[in-house]
Design a protein around this ligand. Structure first.
Ligand SMILES: C[S@@+](CC[C@H](N)C(=O)[O-])C[C@H]1O[C@@H](n2cnc3c(N)ncnc32)[C@H](O)[C@@H]1O
Length: 316
């Protein structure tokens, strides 16, 4: 049986547009995180280092920025982007769920702030060969960490029709889940494994657009939701997030803050629930009763910000 509506991701998925990575809700992130001189701050999803650049400027030469990313390629970009500032930073190719081990290695007990800017970066979408974008012909990979795990192509080879329906609905709220899963199975039976991004995008398009029931989804491409669902599963994104958020208070000094930027309702729900749990067990105080959204101006200047939701909490 399919999942109920409340379990499905609300379709806030962004469409892919060409843009360099502009840090989302930068001003709001900085005003909650409040990095100061000499602070140790962790950017758990450093990406190209957009937010980290500002953090690094604030912490000065006595502070330390710890930057983590699952994507080894993007860390090279972050390094380039941060080096000219001259303040200390350390970069780690890891899952943020491993922050405990990283702090242990650095002999650091507590930090002054933690940022999570979830999801995929513009770099990953724009570099076609990573397979995150349905607009660019590439092997259907989608792994943020290409040194391990199963690619999206391999996943589509292994999953049953029922499992695919469940995944497309649960993580993408794709109304055409059944038709798309059926079409993928048909391709497999015809001995045509789904190996590239455009191949999958065409199958999705054909499966949903030929049906009279299909309605235009505004600016969102028909393949957006299935690509999002596959990316979440390939990278086991929600498992890391839930684990991390439930332990985050243990890394923070009293009075310091965690800021989470999420881009779809499943991520936001995990942040909301973890902060509520912290609040009721007196380890965290919620600073954002309702999530903050980007301003209209930001959305008009950076389309990728439009589904962002910011939540923040303070260690008590
Ligand atoms: C939206 S981007 C961050 C952009 C960054 N804040 C900036 O302004 O340049 C998200 C990044 O998080 C990374 N990421 C996603 N899940 C992760 C995880 N569990 N552990 C470590 N990095 C992760 C992705 O590889 C991606 O580079």
């Amino acid at each position: 049986m399919l999942l109920k509506d409340k379990d499905a991701v609300q379709s806030e998925c962004f469409d892919e547009e060409q843009a360099p990575h502009i840090p989302v809700m930068l001003e709001e992130v900085m005003s909650f995180l409040k990095p100061g001189k000499g602070d140790i701050i962790v950017d758990t999803t450093i990406g190209a280092g957009g937010h980290s650049r500002e953090i690094l400027k604030c912490i000065g030469s006595d502070g330390l920025l710890i930057g983590i990313d699952k994507d080894a390629d993007i860390l090279k970009i972050a390094r380039q982007h941060l080096s000219d500032i001259g303040n200390p930073f350390r970069l780690y190719h890891a899952d943020y769920a491993d922050l405990g081990y990283i702090l242990e290695e650095l002999k650091i007990e507590k930090v002054k702030g933690i940022l999570l800017d979830l999801g995929v970066s513009s770099y990953q979408l724009d570099v076609g060969e990573r397979g995150f974008s349905f607009r660019k012909e590439a092997p259907l990979d989608m792994r943020m960490d290409q040194s391990r795990g199963v690619t999206a192509s391999e996943l589509l080879r292994r999953l049953s029709e029922k499992e695919m329906i469940e995944i497309f609905w649960r993580y993408g709220e794709e109304r055409g889940s059944r038709r798309i899963a059926k079409a993928i199975i048909k391709e497999r039976r015809a001995n045509r494994p789904i190996e590239t991004t455009t191949q999958l995008a065409k199958i999705i398009e054909k499966a949903v657009c030929t049906s009279g029931k299909y309605q235009q989804r505004g600016r969102i491409h028909v393949a957006t939701k299935v690509f999002q669902a596959l990316r979440i599963v390939v990278n086991d994104e929600l498992k890391s997030l839930e684990f991390f958020l439930n332990h985050v208070h243990g890394f923070l000094e009293i009075g310091s803050r965690v800021v989470a930027l999420s881009f779809h309702s499943l991520e936001d729900r995990l942040a909301k629930n973890a902060f509520r749990k912290g609040d009721s067990s007196s380890t965290l105080k919620i600073l954002t009763k309702k999530p903050l959204l980007p301003s209209d101006t930001e959305i008009s200047e950076n389309a990728r910000s439009r589904s962002a939701k910011l939540r923040a909490a303070e260690r008590i």
